[in-house]
Design a protein around this ligand. Structure first.
Ligand SMILES: Nc1ncnc2c1ncn2[C@@H]1O[C@H](COP(=O)(O)OP(=O)(O)OP(=O)(O)O)[C@@H](O)[C@H]1O
Length: 737
């Protein structure tokens, strides 16, 4: 039996962010070799010792490519150093046939994703590891070994596990099931495993996962920091006469939400609670495992089952995996509490001990276990035949065993596929997908590019408009949202062919998106957008204004060029379909990347534009009725009545004008917040705060507007009732006369 080995724990402190510098933030962390100290406001320090303390706070300079390297003689831990210290260790373990896991833990904005994924030329552990895997494989080609690599990518959001390698529209609503069987251990049922044979294919697979994550987050209206993401690399070494398999789990945990600080409510609060549930269960699991390792004789119950995350990482945390944890720290004393809690977390984690084992010949092992289990099953059944009495529990066991055997048989069948067969299947899948979606990666084709609240996810999804027609809609998905309620026609389409017909070229999901929602006709590079029905026209906005309203406008007043019931799209036009925000890119005018980088168009701006347009339509109607002479109702008679009415009208106008002034001021405030948000790109924590303020200002605008609306509607009702009374009085008077 192998010796128990402690979880390897490192902490890394990031530089101050611009806003922290502006606020004269003070540093509360110091590091000396492997120890890290944290200082409270009175200057009292608490010291911790870890396997590594990475100082990435200062002492760096930017090279020509934007890479942050240490200044000569400085102790700055750059991305390469962190990879060489921790990332390499993961790969060495995988090469040795051990399961391994690397976690990034820390509060929102502390630098987890920077260490795991990186930014620009400062690549993180995930991309460097992927490059390194294929570099090592190439170096080893002469040897008698061969290697097979498969990748899965998952996300855990609101306690649902989603497969990031399938399109969002194919996701099961409640996510994928995590199952546990005696033979197969803990696994996610039905998750995609993509064979990859080069850095390029693994890179493309990760990009695809990020794109799906983006689409998903748009629908959930969430930023990337609210989900846990796990990249699972199954790494197999095939040697003469034996094979070794290692599962590498690279985990970027969600940041713990500071609910009070961001003022999260409703869904966001639930979301925060869910993340905190996963993280706090992770904390409890770490605590219990540390207790168990310190006192092996004590019976300790580890609550793995209390969250999806801990269930999934059960093996990595308390099993046979070699595990590394990197805890990201904010240097600012304003984050003292959170940083202290991260350090305590890290301190507890280093007490956990695992017994890693080499995973040799998994196929043979599975076959052996299957035979054993089959034998047990036979014995149970023959016991049944021999007339022995069985209680309900035994029947339950029998059923479970049969299920487990069936699952293991399916897994064995899957294992028996050769790697070449898998690659071939995957190529076919890609070709098929390309055909169905008409996906092209041609920079000269007009396209729409997604806008997202999270700058990391902005500009990631591109939909192209090929020459001819492109239909946009939700197809046969999400029918409960709209179409099905009003008598779905989907039930009639049973044949594969008719389902195929229903598939739009661009599938968008979300409230308000119709099965066949809109069409874009590309006629020699000129793209014309048209809604396909009335409801879709209401739920589609061009530069903030719904298409139904644009259609009703007099052509001279409409800023959009109308062509046969459709609208000509021009570079940087904002398009909103239900909850999905995009910007149109005309390749003859500019590229998507340049447009997004210019900051000229972003999610907040598109959202503000939409809100403003919504308001202005109603405002116009009310203003017209309030200020028009027809408001001095014809049936009114007598000096007194007229004077009273004029007074009431005057007051109503004044109230409206005050509200109007407030709205203008708040709009300016919003514009300023948007400008600040654009400057703060890549600074999630500050953005969270600003978004919070942004939401509040938007709420004030909405409620002010609602109030004005209510006042005016009441006034209108009062006038018309008075008009009715005075005209009936007039009629009665005339009759009497
Ligand atoms: N070691 C580092 N060197 C330079 N900049 C860093 C470093 N670590 C983090 N940063 C910067 O700090 C900011 C926050 O980092 P990052 O996005 O990785 O945080 P996070 O913990 O992943 O946040 P979230 O939980 O919201 O996803 C980013 O702008 C990043 O560029």
């Amino acid at each position: 039996m192998n010796e128990a080995e402690a979880v390897v724990v490192g902490v890394r402190v990031r530089p101050f962010q611009d806003r922290e510098i502006q606020n004269n933030a003070s540093l509360c962390i110091s590091m000396s070799q492997k120890s890290t100290s944290i200082f409270d406001s009175s200057g009292k320090d608490t010291m911790f010792t870890f396997d590594e303390s990475f100082w990435s706070h200062d002492g760096y300079e930017e090279d020509r490519t934007g890479y942050l390297r240490p200044k000569p003689g400085s102790r700055y831990a750059d991305q390469k150093y962190v990879f060489d210290t921790f990332g390499k260790r993961v790969l060495d373990n995988a090469w040795g046939g051990y399961h391994c896991c690397l976690f990034a833990y820390g509060q929102t904005g502390s630098g987890k994703s920077y260490s795991m994924v990186g930014q620009g030329s400062n690549k993180g552990i995930v991309p460097i590891s992927c490059e390194e895997i294929f570099r090592r494989i190439a170096d080893d080609e002469a040897a008698s070994h061969s290697y097979e690599v498969m990748v899965s990518a998952i996300e855990i959001y609101n306690e649902a596990v989603q497969d990031l390698l399938i399109p969002v529209e194919s996701r099961p609503r409640k996510g994928f099931e995590i199952r546990e069987s005696k033979i197969l251990g803990v696994y996610i049922d039905g998750i995609t495993k993509r064979p990859v044979d080069s850095y390029k294919t693994i890179h493309n697979t990760i990009e695809e996962a990020t794109t799906h994550r983006t689409v998903g987050s748009t629908l959930m209206n969430a930023t990337s920091s609210r989900a846990h993401t796990v990249l699972i690399i199954e790494f197999k070494t095939v040697m003469a006469g034996s094979t070794r398999v290692s599962m590498i789990n690279l985990v970027d945990l969600a940041g713990s939400e500071k609910v009070k600080q961001t003022g999260a409510e409703g869904e966001r609060m639930k979301e925060g609670a869910m993340i905190n549930k996963s993280l706090s269960t992770l904390g409890n699991v770490i605590e219990k495992l540390a207790e168990k390792s310190t006192n092996p004789k004590k019976a300790v119950l580890v609550p793995y089952r209390e969250s999806k995350l801990t269930r999934l990482l059960q093996n990595a945390l308390g099993g046979s995996s070699k595990t590394i944890m990197i805890c990201a720290l904010s240097p600012a004393s304003s984050n003292y509490e959170e940083t202290m809690s991260t350090l305590r977390y890290a301190d507890r984690a280093k007490k956990i001990k695992n017994k890693a084992v080499v995973n040799e010949n998994p196929q043979e092992k599975l076959m052996r276990e299957l035979m054993e289990e089959n034998q047990k099953l036979k014995e149970m059944i023959s016991g049944l035949g021999a007339g022995r009495t069985f209680d309900a529990r035994t029947f339950e066991d029998l059923g479970r065993k049969q299920r487990e055997i069936a699952e293991a048989e399916a897994a064995l069948k899957d294992m028996q596929k050769t790697f070449q067969e898998r690659l071939q299947e995957d190529r076919q899948r890609q070709e098929e997908q390309g055909r169905r979606r008409g996906t092209v990666v041609n920079p000269m084709v007009p396209m729409i590019v997604n806008l997202n609240q999270d700058p990391q996810l902005q500009g990631r999804v591109k939909h192209y408009f090929m020459e001819g027609k492109t239909v946009i809609g939700c197809g046969r998905h999400q029918e409960d949202d709209s179409d099905s309620e009003s008598g779905s026609d989907k039930s009639e389409s049973t044949s594969e062919e008719s389902e195929e017909e229903l598939e739009p070229d661009i599938t968008l999901l979300g409230f308000g998106i119709k099965r066949e929602h809109a069409i874009v006709v590309n006629d020699g590079g000129r793209c014309i957008l048209r809604a396909l029905n009335e409801d879709a026209a209401k739920a589609t906005c061009l530069n903030g204004t719904p298409l139904d309203r644009l259609l009703d406008m007099e052509p001279s007043k409409c800023l959009q060029e109308q062509i046969e019931g459709g609208f000509l799209l021009t570079h940087s036009d904002r398009l909103i379909f239900g909850p999905c925000y995009f910007v149109f890119v005309d390749p003859n005018t500019g590229t998507a990347e340049a447009l997004i980088a210019s900051g000229e168009v972003d999610f907040t701006m598109a959202q503000m534009e939409e809100n403003r347009a919504k308001r202005s339509a109603t405002e116009k109607r009310l203003r017209k009725s309030l200020y028009s002479p027809s408001m001095i109702l014809p049936g009114l008679e007598g000096e007194d009545q007229l004077q009273e009415m004029a007074k009431e009208l005057g007051e109503a106008r004044r109230r409206l004008e005050l509200k109007d002034q407030l709205l203008v001021a708040k709009d300016q405030e919003l514009e300023e917040l948007r400008r600040q948000l654009a400057v703060l790109q890549g600074n999630p924590e500050d953005q969270e705060l600003l978004y919070g303020r942004h939401e509040k200002v938007s709420m004030v605008i909405d409620s002010t507007f609602e109030e004005a609306l209510a006042q005016l509607t009441a006034l209108e009702a009062m006038f018309s009732s008075r008009a009715r009374t005075s005209s009936s009085q007039a009629k009665a008077g005339a009759a009497l006369a």
